[in-house]
Design a protein around this ligand. Structure first.
Ligand SMILES: Cc1cc2nc3c(=O)[nH]c(=O)nc-3n(C[C@H](O)[C@H](O)[C@H](O)COP(=O)(O)OP(=O)(O)OC[C@H]3O[C@@H](n4cnc5c(N)ncnc54)[C@H](O)[C@@H]3O)c2cc1C
Length: 312
């Protein structure tokens, strides 16, 4: 455990996804000796997906966990320290800023917030009860448990399509249930999913209940246009319906939009000097590794400039 209540760090990065680890790389290369509070998910969302095919430089794609490992090693090579802990509170009313974690308290002249976003739940009966027993939010983590099984994927965006295609490696059949009558995802993935013989679609439909005994064995579906309901036998439900930003810690301390995303200017400054944000915590729009990584680098460069200005 690192208890650093006496020491004032130049830069603390909260979050270890692509934004956090890229910020760490840039901050470390500027000799800020940053620490990165990893949170519960070292590497963030990307560590939970298999092949990333759109991160530049990897012609044949790269596995999510491998990309995370490279980000981490590169940041550590220049002196970033990863602390396997989560921020439980922040006090931005004082300088240096105070970050409380399960393991101690940290003080920092500059903060970079990269806490990303968490998967959104369906919010229906049975969902929580059967999470880990047939309900999943991570195809890479859980897909192999469903060999030759019938699965439902909920969602109509890129994540749902990509993970639905991935699940066909294991599943007998994958049914994508979408509440609208057209997909939100990009054309490439949409075509790939439509051409996959193991995938079919149910349109204009939502899940209203997850049903099972020890594990999931059915879902109740409702057509949002006709109101018609149907109970469908199924072995597993994978949910990919979007994200909510992890910004609870910063409530009443930093400016947020109506959906709870941190508001930053084009240089990743929050409304509080010395506090920067990057990645999905302030980006509800792009939600891509390359964008989060770029924002993380930008935030660190701005933190360097901020700290230099403080010295003048
Ligand atoms: C299934 C799936 C497939 C995807 N596929 C692709 C793809 O093919 N290509 C692509 O470009 N993008 C893909 N994405 C999106 C991509 O993973 C995200 O855009 C990217 O990971 C966002 O990075 P981030 O660093 O902003 O946030 P996140 O990845 O969300 O990371 C947030 C970090 O903050 C940490 N954290 C949270 N709260 C705290 C706290 N209190 N204290 C300390 N740390 C905290 C977490 O532990 C985590 O490390 C996919 C996403 C999913 C879910």
């Amino acid at each position: 455990m690192t208890d650093s209540s006496e020491k004032v760090y130049q830069c603390i990065i909260i979050g270890s996804g692509p934004a956090g680890l890229s910020a760490a790389l840039y901050a470390a290369r500027a000799d800020l000796a940053p620490i990165v509070l990893s949170g519960m998910d070292l590497g963030g969302q990307v560590s939970k997906t298999d092949n990333i095919e759109n991160y530049p430089g990897f012609v044949d794609g790269i596995q999510g966990p491998d990309l995370v490992a490279s980000f981490q090693q590169q940041a550590e090579r220049f002196g970033a320290e990863i602390v396997y802990d989560s921020a439980t509170a922040v006090d931005l009313s004082q300088r240096p800023f105070k970050v409380t974690t399960y393991g101690g308290e940290y003080l920092a002249e500059a903060l970079i917030i990269t806490t990303g976003a968490s998967v959104r739940e369906l919010g229906v009966s049975g969902e929580r009860e059967f999470t880990g027993k047939g309900v999943s939010y991570c195809a890479t983590c859980d897909g192999h448990f469903f060999k030759e099984k019938d699965l439902i994927v909920v969602g109509g965006g890129d994540s749902a399509l990509k993970e639905g295609i991935f699940l066909t490696r294991f599943a007998k059949a994958v049914t994508i249930v979408h509440r609208r009558d057209e997909l939100r995802g990009g054309v490439y993935l949409a075509n790939k999913a439509k051409e996959n013989p193991k995938i079919d679609f149910i349109w204009d439909t939502v899940i209203t209940e997850v049903i099972g005994d020890d594990t999931v064995n059915a879902v109740r579906l409702k057509n949002v246009k006709t109101g018609q309901e149907e109970v469908r036998d199924i072995d597993g439900v994978f949910v990919f319906i979007g994200h909510d930003p992890n910004t609870e810690l910063f409530k009443d301390q930093l400016e947020m939009d109506e959906n709870g995303y941190l508001v930053v200017d084009q240089h990743m400054h929050t409304n509080l000097p010395g506090v920067f944000a990057a990645g999905e915590v302030c980006d509800p729009h792009f939600q891509q590794v390359v964008i989060s990584a770029g924002m993380g680098a930008a935030a660190a460069m701005e933190a360097v400039e901020y700290l230099e200005d403080q010295e003048d």
